[in-house]
Design a protein around this ligand. Structure first.
Ligand SMILES: C[S@@+](CC[C@H](N)C(=O)[O-])C[C@H]1O[C@@H](n2cnc3c(N)ncnc32)[C@H](O)[C@@H]1O
Length: 252
């Protein structure tokens, strides 16, 4: 992956130049998207997440891939401390015009300290990541969340796909990753507790909307892939993040 280093807001962040076409596509569409009305089903999704967030008395929220800032503005108006990020500088400008704390940042390289937020909201943004990237991005999101924090992950899917959408109306055409339900469950289950998984038909061929309410475990036990048999512990409520580290204390 080719990378260049830039400075934004005096914080060092990595810009992945392979995202340039996607950034360009959303820069081009930012003003058009800002004029679009929010469909009723998206309002219901947002409300369902937000009522869980409030019910737990949570406050600090990060939206990743915030687009025009419509949802972040809604959360802020409702009294939350909101930070939002997006790849596209035109989108970030629209967020800032709405009075939001918005930054150009890639969700794959979050420059926030560990345990910074009570919740993360990602509506139709992680679907632009390559499948090989998603596990690490989920760990990044897990890192910036407080233990017990909530993560809403909403995405199109229902079948397995990865590549440029050839009928896309955005220029350049965008890259999408879709997962079937079982695959998505497996990937997110490696770093989060799944509180709710709903898969809703969108009346377009096999396309569904997958709505996941996830929680960062209060205690995280890690083990290496070699201890795969220990994944059985998940079934009795012990969370295992199997991908990165070896927890020598347990397996020594
Ligand atoms: C389909 S739009 C959704 C925007 C908004 N969440 C909404 O529902 O209206 C996807 C957004 O995610 C942003 N995005 C895509 N990949 C990203 C990444 N790696 N890091 C940060 N933002 C990203 C895009 O720039 C775009 O604004």
């Amino acid at each position: 992956m080719r990378q260049q280093r830039f400075w934004f807001d005096r914080l060092p962040i990595m810009i992945d130049v392979s995202r340039d076409p996607l950034r360009q596509a959303y820069d081009n569409e930012a003003n058009t998207r800002d004029r679009q009305a929010l469909p009723a089903w998206k309002k219901r999704e947002r409300e369902a997440f937000f009522s869980e967030f409030r019910k737990r008395g949570l406050q600090r929220l990060l939206e990743v891939g915030a687009g025009t800032g419509r949802d972040s503005r809604y959360f802020q108006d409702a009294g939350c401390d909101v930070t939002c990020i997006d790849l596209s500088s035109n989108m970030v400008r629209l967020c800032q015009d709405k009075g939001l704390d918005a930054r150009v940042m890639d969700v794959a390289a979050l420059s926030f300290p560990t345990n910074s937020f009570d919740g993360v909201y990602a509506f139709n943004s992680l679907l632009h990541l390559e499948k090989s990237e998603l596990p690490d991005v989920l760990l990044e999101i897990q890192r910036v969340l407080n233990p017990g924090g909530l993560f809403y992950f909403g995405t199109y899917g229902g079948f397995d796909h990865e590549g440029i959408y050839q009928n896309d109306d955005h220029v350049p055409k965008r890259f999408f990753s879709f997962y079937d339900d079982e695959h998505l469950r497996r990937v997110v289950g490696q770093s989060f507790e799944i509180l709710e998984f709903r898969s809703v038909s969108r009346n377009v061929k096999d396309l569904r909307f997958q709505s996941l309410l996830l929680r960062k475990p209060c205690q995280i036990y890690t083990c290496s892939r070699r201890e795969g048999a220990l994944h059985g512990l998940e079934g009795i409520g012990v969370h295992i993040e199997s991908r990165r580290h070896c927890l020598d204390q347990i397996f020594a």
